[in-house]
Design a protein around this ligand. Structure first.
Ligand SMILES: N[C@@H](CCC(=O)N[C@@H](CS)C(=O)NCC(=O)O)C(=O)O
Length: 271
């Protein structure tokens, strides 16, 4: 009897679910949202139990990365990096590869050529956007002021294009939630935390974020102790690593490693 593609898929699915029964997958990243939170959201949405390993950077002035570096080469990762996702004998890094892997197994991937065109385009567009913000913030206090100003000037155009792309759709590729929506939510939420009024002219983007937050599994996750609004980024980032003026009340209570407590000042306050 020949092995059909269907059987192979069945075998692979069985193998993955068997491994999952034996041990939970492990997700490793810094104790921050960074580029990992879309994966955490996705796992919460899918109801996948996983073990979380959160690494903590040291304090100033050297911001030691030892907590991660001491394990970096011992995990059997082909390209050691954070985030990583270890699911039995599958050991992945690169956040987008991890998300695609999860999406393929759970119908959160694109199914038609038209959907693939949209997910590929969005995945890269959103990735550029989130790294644009990260690059603006991982700079010296002297450079930050101008970079922030330039970034905010360009942000509205980026949001306008995304708003047009979404149009009256429920989700980014249309009426079906896919893995790119998890990147979409995080990317837009980081922008509005950075520049609170930035979505004012784009009601469909605001509604999109609310729609995402109201997905029952997402809502449960965001109301649980597992979700942390802050830090978004490393403590040495000029934004998102500290007690932000825009921070929701819940996060204010939880935050324990404030940039300001370490004797640094907020560049945007001019202090
Ligand atoms: N393209 C990679 C970027 C990964 C990356 O830059 N990770 C940072 C945190 S955002 C890190 O600290 N990596 C640990 C390392 O380089 O050893 C992804 O999307 O996963």
């Amino acid at each position: 009897m020949s092995i059909t593609a269907e059987k192979l898929n069945y075998t692979q699915t069985f193998r993955v679910s068997r491994l999952r029964r034996v041990m939970s997958p492990v997700l490793g990243y810094w104790d921050a949202r960074g580029v990992c939170e879309p994966i955490r959201f996705m796992l919460a949405y899918l109801g996948i139990d996983f073990e979380e390993k959160r690494y903590t950077p040291g304090g100033p002035p050297d911001w030691s990365l030892d907590d991660w570096l001491k394990e970096r080469l011992s995990l059997g990762l082909e390209f050691p990096n954070l985030p990583y996702y270890i699911d039995g004998d599958i050991k992945l890094t690169q956040s987008l590869a991890i998300m695609r892997y999860l999406a393929r197994q759970t119908n959160l991937d694109a199914k038609t050529e038209e959907e693939r065109i949209r997910t590929d385009l969005l995945e890269q567009q959103l990735n550029d956007m989130r790294w644009g913000l990260i690059r603006t913030c991982y700079v010296s206090p002297e450079d930050y002021k101008n970079l922030r100003k330039n970034y905010v000037e360009r942000l509205s155009e980026q949001l306008k294009l995304l708003s047009q792309f979404l149009g009256s759709g429920q989700w980014l590729i249309g009426d079906r939630l896919t893995y790119v929506d998890f990147i979409g939510y995080e990317t837009l939420d980081h922008q509005r935390l950075f520049e609170p009024d930035c979505l004012k002219e784009y009601p469909n983007l605001k509604q999109y974020l609310t729609r995402f937050e109201e997905l029952p599994a997402v809502k449960n996750y965001m109301e649980s102790d597992k979700f942390k609004w802050y830090p978004l980024y490393a403590p040495f980032s000029m934004f998102g690593g500290e007690l932000s003026p825009n921070k929701p009340e819940k996060a204010l209570k939880e935050f324990s490693n404030s940039y300001m407590d370490m004797g640094y000042s907020y560049p945007w306050k001019g202090t």
